[in-house]
Design a protein around this ligand. Structure first.
Ligand code: DQA
Length: 150
């Protein structure tokens, strides 16, 4: 069986649709999951789509993706701006990874301009709302194909 793409969502993303809709839109996490599943299936991948409000659980899932995943997409939520533990887990992860944010973090408060995890990922997509997850899946599929052909 081909390995799945992991899509990991951090704190408060369970509240999508209800939480600050002017920033994050009206789409729920379930809608986002369905959107990602459609995109991944079109590219021949299955998904492990998860959300947690707990940093340690996200670290454990990154470690799991390291061995069981073809690649990894992370929206670390507020942990983006605080978590050296998630950075370290991603640095230990040799499968390709993409950081994604629904909002344009650079157009928001200064404390959101710095991401601890960007250093460890292949690329960052932010500001395009839920479509950003589809772009991330497409970019990741290309990175996985390149890695395989080497
Ligand atoms: C976010 C941006 C973060 O700054 C914020 O804490 C989130 C969501 C985004 O997807 O735009 O929870 O990662």
């Amino acid at each position: 069986m081909a390995k799945p793409i992991y899509v990991l969502n951090g704190p408060n993303l369970n509240l999508l649709g209800a939480r600050e809709p002017e920033v994050y839109g009206r789409e729920t996490l379930d809608d986002l999951r369905a959107r990602c599943e459609r995109k991944a299936a079109a590219l021949g991948f299955s998904l492990e789509f998860r959300q947690s409000n707990h940093e340690g659980e996200l670290v454990a899932w990154i470690q799991e993706a390291r061995t069981d995943g073809a690649g990894l997409i992370v929206n670390a939520g507020a942990f983006t701006h605080t978590s050296i533990a998630m950075l370290d887990a991603l640095l230990a992860c040799s499968v390709p990874s993409v950081e994604v944010h629904l909002s344009n973090i650079f157009a928001r408060e200064p404390f959101r301009h710095h991401s601890y995890i960007s250093k460890a990922v292949r690329g960052v997509i932010c500001g395009f709302g839920p479509i950003g997850y589809e772009l991330a899946i497409e970019a990741l599929a290309a990175a996985i194909a390149t890695a395989k052909s080497k």
